[in-house]
Design a binder for this molecule. Structure first.
Ligand code: ADP
Ligand code: MG
Length: 402
């Protein structure tokens, strides 16, 4: 077990807290503050314990000087101040002597927010290419390191795996809950356990599919993933998105042979067909050469709903169809409705899948949402992550029978 924030002494200490404040921004405004709200439990615990809090986070993609203009973490300052109902300070350069002075001057319960860690990437990739020297410099700002940014736990970045090498460290409440949820509900689930895999590319999802197949009772497929499996079986998928990699196609065949009884395939699809030069959208089980499968059809929705209703636990990753387009979001909506009505233990993960939940009217409907995209999938597949491996193990107290 990893050391958690409650296992180590943080009272009156300068605590470097790695958060995930990578919020969506549109026209210069934060349009969803869920990630900041999720960080509050750890921040409030640190405040209550009189820690001097120094927060680090990444935000957006920062590759050029130009990117810095639109990705300053300063945008988080007023939001955090509002949520905590207290003033916080901001340092615009993580490595400057002034910032070090600000950190050293912090009083118990005060917060210093540092600029976007990814600014260190311009021009020398000092964040995203693990740099021990920089990690040590940042570590000097604090006395303890707390990791609470699950969504970047699969990244071997300086602020994720570098800093904890130089300080006593632990995971925060958000990461602890996330790991416990994935361990208890997905890796050791109550059966019947159903996995619903949708989305675009089978290549990305193969490791998680391979690790879930031995555990699950049913694997329901949709999207480009289903197309790839159907194509490997020799069935027609028209001009739909699927893998062309012969090695992967062979792997898919192997898996279908080995776990034959677990697979559930779509019975029909909502397709886009060019007819008299106009696009025609219809549900069918007869796929022609130029057809593009863009969603599951009504028969598939009924079939998958029945399996969901007879499951104890369901894990969902990937959307059923191209939910970004109005004509093809129905399958995803209907499956989310089925999950909502079934009231079974449901764990949902994946970047696009969570955005689909929020955009299609299912925000706050499900209790077990995994905040990591790639990190969630990698944890389920490998049962470890670089950001977790970097944190010390809890001291185990041996009870001696004297
Ligand atoms: P996540 O990011 O949650 O892991 P994915 O990226 O795998 O999920 O899945 C969502 C993406 O899959 C969406 O962009 C959606 O348009 C795409 N998708 C779903 N079904 C299809 C399909 N039939 N053809 C092409 N793209 C699809
Ligand atoms: Mg995605």
């Amino acid at each position: 077990m990893k050391q958690t924030i409650t296992d180590i002494n943080i009272d009156n200490k300068r605590v470097l807290l790695r958060c995930d404040f990578n919020v969506p921004i549109k026209n210069g405004n934060v349009i969803d503050n869920t990630k900041i709200v999720k960080s509050l439990e750890t921040i409030n615990y640190l405040i209550t314990h009189n820690a001097k809090i120094i927060i680090l986070s990444h935000l957006g993609r920062v590759k050029t000087e130009e990117d810095k203009r639109t990705n300053s973490l300063y945008i988080i300052k007023p939001i955090l101040e509002n949520l905590l109902n207290k003033k916080i300070s901001f340092a615009s350069d993580i490595l400057s002597p002034d910032t070090k002075q600000m950190a050293l001057n912090l009083q118990p319960g005060e917060i210093l927010l540092l600029e976007n860690t990814r600014f260190l990437d311009v021009p020398n990739k000092l964040e995203s290419k693990l740099n021990e020297e920089i990690a040590q410099k940042i570590a000097e700002l604090g006395e303890v390191y707390i990791f609470d940014a699950f969504a970047v736990a699969h990244r071997s970045h300086t602020s994720v795996v570098g800093i904890p090498r130089f300080l006593p460290n632990a995971i925060g409440f958000l990461v602890a809950k996330e790991v416990a949820m994935l361990n208890n509900l997905v890796i050791n689930p109550e059966h019947p356990f159903t996995v619903l895999m949708g989305g675009a590319k089978v290549d990305d999802k193969l490791p998680i599919i391979e690790s879930l197949l031995p555990i699950c009772d049913h694997l329901l497929l949709s999207g480009g993933i289903a197309n790839s499996f159907l194509n490997a079986l020799g069935l027609s998928t028209g001009a739909s998105l699927k893998t062309n990699d012969p090695e992967i196609i062979n792997k898919l065949k192997e898996l279908m042979l080995k776990y034959k009884t677990k697979f559930a395939f779509p019975l029909d699809a909502t397709i886009e067909r060019t007819y008299d030069e106009k696009p025609l959208i219809k549900a069918t089980n007869n796929i022609e050469a130029d057809d593009i499968i863009k969603d599951i059809g009504p028969k598939t929705i009924t079939k998958y709903t029945n399996i969901i209703n007879n499951s104890a636990t369901i894990f969902v990753n990937g959307t059923m169809g191209v939910y970004e387009e109005n004509e093809f979001k129905n399958g995803t909506i209907e499956i989310f409705n089925a999950l909502k009505n079934a009231k079974k233990t449901t764990v949902i993960g994946g970047g696009d899948t969570i955005s689909a939940l929020n955009n299609l009217g299912f925000k706050d409907v499900f209790a077990n949402i995994s905040s990591g995209g790639g990190a969630t999938l990698e944890y389920i597949a490998k049962k470890s992550l670089p950001g977790l491996d970097a944190i010390s193990e809890e001291d185990t107290v041996e009870v001696l029978d004297l």
